[in-house]
Design a protein around this ligand. Sequence first.
Ligand code: FAD
Length: 300
Amino acid sequence: MLKDFFIGLSQNQFLNNAAKKYGLKMGAQNVVAGTNIAETIESIKELNKHGISCTVDNLGEFVYEKEEAIAAKEQILAVIEAIHENGVDAHISLKPSQLGLDIDYDFCKENIEEIVAAAHKYDLFVNFDMEDHARLQPSFNLLDELSTKYDNIGTVIQAYFFRAEEDLHKHKDYRLRIVKGAYKEPAEYAYQDKQEIDKNYIKLIEWHLLNGKFTSIATHDHNVINHVKQFVKDNHIPNDKFEFQMLYGFRKDMQLELAKEGYNFCTYVPFGQDWYGYFMRRLAERPQNMNLVVKQVFTK
Ligand code: FAD
C-alpha cells in the first residue's frame, strides 16, 4: 500500500517539476550528493578516500522535449570532463529515458553514443540503467547496437522480471549490475512476491559470477551480501571479478566496512535538481527511509 503510494508520488509530473525549483528538500540531501557537478566531485573525492569508487547519475525523468534531453546530455558530458580533470575514481550511469528514449529511438541513440564516445576517450565505463518494462527492450537494443562500436558499456538486470534469466544469458559478456528491480511492474511481466524476487536475484548473481564478465551486486540486503561473500569463497571467484554497489547515503557503515574488508565497492552517486522521483522511489522501497525525512524536519 505504502509502496504504491510513494511510487504514485514518484510519477507525479507536477510535483516533479515543482521540486526542481526548490533545491534539495525533505531530507533528499541525505541521499543526493549535490545539485551541481562541483559539489558532486567533492562527494566522490570523500568516498574515494575510503577506497570506494563511484558511478555518477545525473538525475532526471519525464523528458519529452528534445531540448531537455540535449541539456541532460551536455550535463553528462560535463561530468565526464570533470571526472577526468579531477582524476577521481568514477564512471557514468545514465537513463535512456532522460536522453530521449520516449521521444525518438534514433535521437536517443545519437545522444547516448556521444556520451559513450566521450567516456571511451578517457577509458570510462558507462552503465545503461534499466527503467520500467516499457523501456526494457529498447534499452537492450541501444546497448547491443552501440556495443558493435564500443566496449565500455554495460547494463542492469532486474531480477523481478520473468525474462531476467534469458536476458542475463544473452548479455553475459557485458559488465552487468544485478538488482532486484525498483519500479512497480504488472503481474504479467514480473514476480510480485518478495521471496520469489529474492530467490531469482540470488540465482542470477550466482550464474553471472560463474559464467559472466564483471558482476556488480547492487543491494542493501545484508542477507544477499553475506550469501555472496560465502559463494565467492566456496567457488574461488577472485575479488576482481565482482563488486558490491549501494546507493549514496544508504547503510554508510556497511559501505565502509565492505571496502575495508577488501571487496571492490562502488557507490551510486545521484546528483542534480531533478531529485524528486528518485527520492520517492527510495521511500517506496523502504518506508523506514522516512526517517531520513523525519530527521531532517527535526534537525532544521
Ligand atoms: P530490499 O529488498 O529493499 O531490502 C532487503 C533487506 O535489506 C531489508 O528488509 C532490510 O533488512 C535491509 N535493508 C535494505 N535497505 C536498508 C537500509 N537502507 N538500511 C538498513 N537495512 C536495509 N533498480 C532498477 O530497477 N534499475 C536500476 O538501474 C537500478 N540501479 C540500482 C543501483 C544501485 C547501486 C542500487 C543499490 C540499486 C539499484 N536499483 C535499480 C534499485 C534496486 O532494484 C532495488 O529496488 C533496491 O536496491 C532495493 O532493494 P535491495 O536489494 O537494496 O533490498
